[in-house]
Design a protein around this ligand. Structure first.
Ligand code: HEM
Ligand SMILES: *[C@@H]1O[C@H](CO)[C@@H](O)[C@H](O)[C@H]1NC(C)=O
Ligand SMILES: *[C@@H]1O[C@H](CO)[C@@H](O)[C@H](O)[C@H]1NC(C)=O
Ligand SMILES: *[C@@H]1O[C@H](CO)[C@@H](O)[C@H](O)[C@H]1NC(C)=O
Length: 327
């Protein structure tokens, strides 16, 4: 292949960015949304927590160079991806559910549906299958050609974050204070490790004491589940109804029973408290704000050229790779 035709080939195989819109696959893969939902339903029956784990992917993907499935790339000898980044290592799980969705879609319409769109559809379904709101998703994203552990480390917030730090972080992504509080309501489903709460229980801000905002009975319960020096991989429910997407999470925060520091601080900090109170009293307001926040977060794009991966874990082989391999 001549250099000129190689360049041409690369340009053609890299899809040109188009605006995101609902129904993007209605002609090319009309069953795409049904197929995603079907695999998510099966995953939920097999393991209830898996849908929460999949829903979390949208946040961790979209905040790091846009919603481009960079999160899903496995490390290679030349690329440290995001899977082993600080917020993800020993924590993100259920990648196999995405693989199953991709396989089903490749069977039905090969080379059409991006992994980045799969993450967006699957997150929506995780929420609605758990009793939360349903919303229309915009589609047409492309999959990244690379991923960056460093970018993830620099961007993703720690469970120790306070509300004022989180407000500033979310503003950088055009997400409002209301969006931050609503989106944190994702912790209405799923679990976290003792690792993420140990410092709160035994050494808040280096004091050697527990965080005083934790309600006493709840703290005693956490002390038993996560004893000092115990296994930090043990998992604990993020709210009192961890398989139901509802506003229990906000009721828990009001009662001092938020698990993460980043959760409880939304109630103790004045600028976020009013939304915690609103959502704790009015589930419809929470559902509406959550769906709106997810759509806004789903709009984040890197602006870089991409492709439709055939396996969500690896970039497609390009003509240039094939040339290099044959040398
Ligand atoms: C506001 C800042 C946020 C922080 C600091 C944060 C932090 C965390 C942490 C530390 C965990 C537990 C990890 C572990 O212990 O292994 C977790 C779990 C989770 N996060 Fe967040 N998160 C935030 C926002 C979000 C958003 C915006 C979403 C989705 C829209 C989300 C979805 C989830 C879900 C569903 C789980 C449970 C996953 C499972 O059970 O596997 N989080 N988060
Ligand atoms: C919130 O966290 C930031 C960054 O860690 C810190 O600089 C700030 O002092 C904290 N604010 C409050 C009110 O604790
Ligand atoms: C936020 O919105 C502004 C104005 O619409 C836009 O220029 C900017 O790129 C957006 N930032 C992100 C991270 O999407
Ligand atoms: C938690 O589990 C991971 C692997 O699943 C392991 O590498 C790590 O050492 C464990 N951490 C602790 C504190 O036991």
């Amino acid at each position: 292949m001549s250099p000129q035709s190689l360049v041409l080939f690369l340009l053609i195989t890299m899809v040109v960015a188009t605006p995101l819109r609902p129904g993007f696959y209605s002609e090319t893969c009309p069953k795409a949304e049904l197929i995603v939902r079907d695999v998510m339903k099966k995953a939920m029956i097999r393991e209830p927590r898996s849908v929460a784990s999949v829903m979390r992917f949208q946040f961790h993907d979209c905040f790091v160079n846009g919603c481009d499935a960079s999160l899903l790339l496995d490390d290679t000898p030349t690329m440290l991806g995001e899977k082993l980044a600080l917020s993800n290592i020993n924590s993100l799980r259920s990648f196999e559910v995405i693989d199953e969705i991709k396989e089903a879609l490749e069977k039905a319409c090969p080379g059409i549906v991006s992994c980045a769109d799969i993450v967006i559809m699957a997150s929506r379904d995780a929420v609605s299958l758990s009793g939360g709101p349903y919303w229309e998703v915009k589609l047409g994203r492309q999959d990244s050609l690379t991923a960056s552990q460093e970018d993830s480390d620099n961007i993703m917030p720690s469970p120790r974050s306070n509300a004022s730090f989180l407000i500033d972080l979310f503003v950088k992504f055009n997400l409002s204070v209301k969006d931050l509080v609503a989106l944190s309501g994702s912790h209405s489903i799923g679990q976290a490790r003792c690792f993420s709460v140990m410092f709160r229980l035994y050494n808040q801000s280096g004091s050697g004491k527990p965080d005083p905002t934790i309600e006493t009975k709840y703290r005693e319960k956490l002390d038993k589940l996560c004893p000092l020096g115990g296994d930090e991989n043990v998992t604990v429910d993020l709210d009192a109804t961890p398989t139901v997407f509802d506003n229990q999470y906000f009721k828990d925060l009001v009662a001092g029973r938020g698990f993460l520091n980043s959760d409880e601080t939304l109630f103790t900090y004045p600028a976020t408290r009013k939304y915690v109170l609103l959502f704790s009293k009015n589930q419809d307001e929470f559902f509406e704000a959550f769906a709106e926040g997810m759509v806004k977060m789903g709009d984040l794009q890197s602006g870089r050229a991409g492709e439709i991966r055939s396996n969500c874990r690896v970039v497609n082989r390009r003509p240039v790779d094939i040339l290099l391999e044959s040398r």
